[in-house]
Design a protein around this ligand. Structure first.
Ligand code: NAD
Length: 399
């Protein structure tokens, strides 16, 4: 039987996923975009064009895959009809819109994959899907399998780099039976890289979400900024300095402390995959990094990060940082705030996360954290366990 998949989204990752999956003759790919007129535009483009994934190779050559998705639509009913797997490939702030749209139409024994789920994905899915979630499975990847950028909407996406390995967790509802092997099927779609590492529980994946990377770099770079426009957009990863690397390292330490404490409190849980960000770079980007002598150098010499810049807005006299870009808008409420929430339930202090959240929430005009506790007025908009009424650690393992 043919595998039918739905890709939700219309950005970089969605283009790449649609192209990579579509390269398999036995897979049907549909795309759902709810953003503005994206579905209509993409659909029209595909009438006379293919979708091409362009992959530069290290030896200077390149690979190309050209495919035609079966359907691009903004109609959630048509999109989800007959589908075996739904891949959510949108920034986390768009998840609730997509889950809400497909919820009435999704059939039992469908797999929903957050790609990446980003922290709090499972809490949000279950909250929106309600009773239906017991008949579904929810998988979550710790990051996107690729670094990729659309260079011509609907037609052309650059696959800049692969991760070597990528963690995924699966929560299967008690009345759900997925009729295919989950890991093998997704691995077949991806191809050789990244190799999927099945992680034992979803809280580990939440603590591994790569949303920890951007906020410490933003905070480290801009917290003492004088507010004056700068002449050039700074390099984001290649520009990492010791202060930024140290902040990131400390946030990662706080995630590990939380994981270790959870393992101590609940000895049925394995949290060994929650590793330090430096070890993660060395393992997951092994082939892309040329100097792994320190976290800072590993980031600066990671080929998958070549040329990526700080998110900036054009103003008179130069550029100013865009604090509404997903590096803060996504990675605070659907990232650090969630990890902080899990740490709070585990009774682990997180001074570095607190410092960064306090700065970033101010830039976002939001309030999640008050005096080191997640009691802010905007907490409901975030995805911490506390945003959905979880009060104890044990409750997280009875979803
Ligand atoms: P993107 O920025 O390309 O996503 C843009 C798309 O999201 C739009 O085309 C639209 O379909 C949707 N969207 C944007 N604003 C919306 C809104 N207000 N309402 C509804 N939909 C909206 O994102 P991406 O680069 O594909 O990344 C997807 C996820 O993967 C994110 O969580 C990102 O952090 C993560 N990620 C991306 C990369 C990468 O290289 N692109 C690498 C690692 C992780």
């Amino acid at each position: 039987r043919r595998l039918k998949i739905l890709v939700c989204g219309g950005g970089n990752g969605a283009h790449c996923m649609a192209g990579v999956a579509g390269s398999h003759a036995e897979i049907d790919v549909k795309i759902l975009s709810l953003f503005e007129d994206e579905a209509e535009r993409w659909s029209n483009i595909l009438k006379s064009n293919f979708l091409t994934v362009y992959e530069p190779l290290v030896n200077g050559g390149h690979m190309e895959i050209s495919t035609k998705p079966k359907l691009v639509t903004n109609d959630p009913e048509k999109a989800v009809e007959g589908v075996d797997i739904v891949f959510m490939v949108v920034p986390a702030f768009a998840h609730s819109q997509y889950i809400t749209a497909i919820a009435p139409f999704i059939k039992p024994n469908t797999l929903i994959v957050g790609m990446p789920g980003q922290a709090g994905f499972e809490f949000q899915c279950i909250n929106i899907l309600g009773q239906k979630s017991s008949q579904l499975a929810i998988a979550s990847f710790e990051s996107l399998p690729w670094a990729c950028r659309v260079d011509d909407f609907g037609k052309h996406v650059q696959l800049i780099g692969f991760k070597d390995v990528l963690g995924m967790s699966v929560v299967t509802g008690k009345d759900c039976k997925i009729p295919f092997p989950i890991v093998d099927t997704i691995q077949d779609i991806f191809g050789k890289k990244p190799a999927i590492n099945l992680v034992q529980n979803y809280i580990a994946i939440n603590l591994m979400a790569k949303s920890i990377i951007h906020p410490p770099l933003m905070y480290g770079h801009w917290s003492n900024w004088d507010g004056k426009p700068v002449r050039k957009k700074p390099l984001f990863y290649q520009g990492v300095d010791p202060k930024q690397a140290n902040l990131l390292s400390k946030v990662s330490d706080e995630c590990i402390l939380t994981a270790k404490k959870i393992e101590k409190l609940r000895n049925d849980l394995k949290m060994k995959d929650v590793i330090h960000i430096f070890d993660w770079y060395k393992t997951y980007y092994h082939d892309e990094i040329t100097d792994d002598s320190s976290l800072m150098m590993a980031m600066k010499t990671n080929a998958a990060y070549d040329g990526l810049l700080h998110p900036m807005k054009n103003v008179e006299g130069g550029f100013v940082p865009d604090f509404n870009y997903r590096y803060t808008r996504e990675d605070i409420p659907y990232g650090l705030v969630v990890m902080k929430g899990i740490a709070e339930l585990a009774g682990v202090p997180t001074p570095t996360m607190d410092e960064i959240i306090t700065w970033a929430q101010n830039k976002l005009g939001k309030e999640y954290l008050v005096n080191g506790r997640l009691t802010g007025k905007d907490l409901k908009e975030a995805r911490a366990p506390q945003s959905f009424g979880f009060k104890t650690l044990d409750e997280l393992f009875n979803i």
